[in-house]
Design a binder for this molecule. Structure first.
Ligand SMILES: C[S@@+](CC[C@H](N)C(=O)[O-])C[C@H]1O[C@@H](n2cnc3c(N)ncnc32)[C@H](O)[C@@H]1O
Length: 319
């Protein structure tokens, strides 16, 4: 689906399969890309036999050329194909997931500005495989952080430690040039305020790589009704630290549009993509107060109406 977009366009919401529109966006356009992909893509892949392939190291540009020729060596020349072959055989479900995600991550890398940062939001089922594969694909020197978002809500298993965190892997395009300014991030209360000076208590402390934050409350004012909606507070930190006012932010698994809502509130511009008509309807309602947001529907598609009644979010379904 061809999309005429440039950095002079207004912020935009595109109703489409992301893989159809991403190739039409220009290289290196986005300072921050946040991705919160669904784990179960509903796709059933044919089991792929993977072999170890030893490939010579290539610079980033040549890696994309190698992709066109059917091989990927990793953007920084790592032996990505061999690592993928070794790793994916362990878990069919993850193999399907990676087959879905990989072409989209390759597009994300291309679309990141040289000073840009990718935040990839995963859960415990995916995070460890994805970390190894992303190290090989982006380059280990481009790995910036593993953020843990810890929450405490909903039913708790009695048979194992209840799983109450998500993992956000953070990769930069260029480790020598990436933009990061934690001084602009909302500070948080000290856990032991008695141990620090009153001035420090008043200022609050810089967040670390472990973020305690409640999920979107089913009864709170932030709720849009979209079941996998992420909290504004989580997106705010990323967008504050890894982009400047006026920069472009991309989220091509947009859901309820939290990334766009936060980007706009912080003076950033955004492109959001989602293929689900309910997501588009929720975003029409959410962005109605914003002056300058364009909605792009696929040719011949019925315009997704604004959502009138919020769907009840399921507390367990953070993803
Ligand atoms: C986990 S949700 C994102 C929630 C979002 N972070 C929020 O705060 O609301 C994942 C979204 O990806 C969308 N999605 C899944 N596959 C897609 C694809 N191929 N193209 C575009 N959107 C897709 C789904 O419709 C869903 O809205």
């Amino acid at each position: 689906m061809p999309i005429a977009w440039s950095q002079t366009s207004p912020s935009r919401v595109i109703h489409a399969d992301n893989l159809e529109v991403l190739p039409g966006l220009p290289d290196e356009s986005f300072t921050l890309i946040y991705l919160d992909p669904p784990f179960n893509t509903g796709r059933v892949q044919n089991r792929r036999t993977t072999t170890s392939v030893r490939l010579a190291a290539t610079p980033a540009g040549e890696a994309l050329g190698a992709r066109a020729a059917g091989t990927i060596t990793g953007f920084k020349g790592q032996l990505y194909e061999r690592i993928k072959g070794d790793l994916l055989g362990y878990d069919d479900q993850f193999e399907d997931y990676w087959a879905f995600l990989e072409p989209r991550l390759i597009e994300a890398w291309r679309l990141l500005a040289d000073d840009g940062t990718l935040y990839l939001h995963l859960d415990y089922r995916e995070a460890h495989y994805a970390k190894v594969l992303l190290d090989a694909l982006f380059g280990r020197d481009c790995f910036l952080n593993e953020l843990i978002w810890a929450y405490d809500y909903g039913a708790k298993s009695k048979n194992r430690w209840p799983t109450k965190h998500d993992t956000i892997l953070v990769y930069v395009k260029n480790p020598a040039r990436y933009y990061f300014d934690s001084t602009t991030v909302d500070r948080e209360p000290y856990m032991a305020p008695g141990l620090v000076t009153p001035e420090k208590v008043a200022r609050g402390k810089l967040p670390t790589d472990v973020w305690w934050h409640t999920i979107v409350s089913p009864t709170g004012k932030e709720k849009t009704g979209y079941p996998t909606q992420k909290p504004i507070g989580i997106l705010r930190r990323m967008i504050q630290a890894s982009s400047r006012e006026g920069d472009w932010v991309l989220d091509f698994f947009a859901g309820s549009g939290t990334t766009g809502a936060v980007a706009a509130s912080l003076g950033r511009r955004f492109v959001l993509v989602d293929q689900n008509p309910e997501s588009i309807a929720v975003m029409r309602t959410r962005f109605a107060p914003l002056p300058d947001v364009e909605f792009v529907e696929p040719p011949g598609a019925e315009r997704a109406p604004a959502a009138d009644a919020a769907l009840a979010p399921t507390p367990e379904a953070t993803r």
